[in-house]
Each structure stands twice: as structure tokens, then as C-alpha cells.
Design a protein around this ligand. Structure first.
Ligand code: ITT
Length: 191
């Protein structure tokens, strides 16, 4: 059994990932290790931000750990909001963040977008990255109330409903995060 710290305080995320990686790995949250610091996220790529989280834990605690960063990239907006997804409008207010995206896109016919997640893993003095993405389209107005973040305006390619109209199990089968975590889990299982 190997202990690994997941650089998150989101208990739901931790539980979900623990179930996927299996009982050979015991995952601990930042809270579990007594880390209440505001870990810097100042990178300009998801890779940099994910690595900042693990670098921080390695230098401060010397622990094996992984951390993730995700966001929405819209082709017609030069891949914005990207790493600024959580605070695109200047705050964490998702109503305003979504309004800003819809306003900037206007009636641009190019609605292509993707959600991306990058996971950084530090294990046995080595650095690994795992990535997941899902392509889709930004719709003209919000649809659905499930999920979080930009889910109400994102329709994955091959589907006719937004992430916010899907049951959690359906979204979690195909999402960027599910793909990246699946790769992490496969790697850990074969390690
Ligand atoms: P932590 O870093 O503390 O885990 P966070 O809110 O910053 O929380 P992420 O880095 O995973 O979470 O994602 C950044 C933003 O990207 C998030 O606040 C959402 O606005 C958006 N986002 C990420 N994944 C999403 C998803 O599955 N559905 C909708 N929006 C998502």
C-alpha cells in the first residue's frame, strides 16, 4: 500500500478518484496532511499550474503526490478562458463568467471548444503528466442545471445536450477529468 497526497480539498473529488485507483493506494487530501496554505497557481498553462501544486507539496513536505488543473478552451477566443476559467470575469461568480463568454463569442459561428484537465504526479523522484480532453460546442444560451462551472453552455461532440443536462454518471464517463484520472489510475495500477 502506498500513501499519495491529492492536492485538493474537494472531498467529492478525492472519493471519486480513490474509487478509481483502488485500495493499493491510500489517498490523502490537503486537509488530511494539515496543509491549509493557498498554493500558488500562477502558471500560464494547465501543466504549469498542476506542477506548481505538486512542487509545493514536495518541497514543503517531501511527499509523493498528484494535483490537477482544468479549464475550458474556446477556439474563437484564442483558447480563453483556459487557465483563467475559474475567475474569467475577475471573480469566481460563474453567472458572470458564463455571461462574459457568451458576450465575447456573440454570434460567431465558430463555437468549437474543449475542456482539458492535466494531472501532475510526483512519485519516486520522478515527474509524470496525464491529460484528458473533450471536444464540443458552446451553445448560445444556458441549458440544464446539473454539474458546475461552464457545464450549462457546453455540448460535447456527438451529443445533443449540455453537460448540465446530463446525469453525473454520464458526464463522468466521458469528461476530460475522467479521461485524465483513468490514465493516472492505469499508470498506478501497473506501477
Ligand atoms: P481546485 O483547483 O481547488 O480543485 P477549481 O475550481 O480551480 O478548484 P479546476 O482547476 O478543476 O477547479 O477548474 C477550473 C475552472 O474550470 C472551474 O472553476 C470551472 O469554472 C472550469 N471547469 C473545470 N472543469 C469543469 C467541468 O467539468 N465542467 C464545467 N466547468 C469546469
Amino acid at each position: 500500500m502506498l500513501e499519495l497526497v491529492f492536492a485538493t480539498n474537494n472531498a467529492h473529488k478525492l472519493e471519486e478518484v480513490q474509487a478509481i485507483v483502488g485500495s493499493r493506494f491510500v489517498l490523502q487530501s490537503l486537509d488530511d496532511i494539515g496543509c491549509h496554505d493557498d498554493i500558488p497557481e500562477t502558471g500560464v498553462t494547465f501543466e504549469e499550474n498542476a506542477k506548481q501544486k505538486t512542487d509545493y507539496l514536495v518541497s514543503k513536505y517531501g511527499l509523493y503526490c498528484f494535483g490537477d488543473d482544468s479549464g475550458l478552451e474556446i477556439t474563437a477566443l484564442d483558447n480563453e478562458p483556459g487557465v483563467y476559467s475559474a475567475r474569467y470575469s475577475g471573480s469566481r461568480d460563474m453567472e458572470r463568467n458564463i455571461d462574459l463568454v457568451l458576450e465575447k463569442l456573440g454570434d460567431n459561428p465558430n463555437r468549437a471548444a474543449r475542456f482539458r484537465t492535466v494531472i501532475s504526479l510526483f512519485l519516486n523522484e520522478q515527474q509524470f503528466f496525464f491529460e484528458g480532453s473533450i471536444e464540443g460546442q458552446i451553445v448560445g444560451s444556458r441549458k440544464g442545471t446539473k454539474g458546475f462551472g461552464y457545464d450549462p453552455i457546453f455540448v460535447p461532440n456527438g451529443y445533443d445536450k449540455t453537460f448540465a443536462e446530463m446525469a453525473a454518471e454520464e458526464k463522468n464517463r466521458i469528461s476530460h477529468r475522467a479521461i485524465a484520472v483513468g490514465k493516472l489510475a492505469d499508470f498506478l495500477k501497473s506501477y
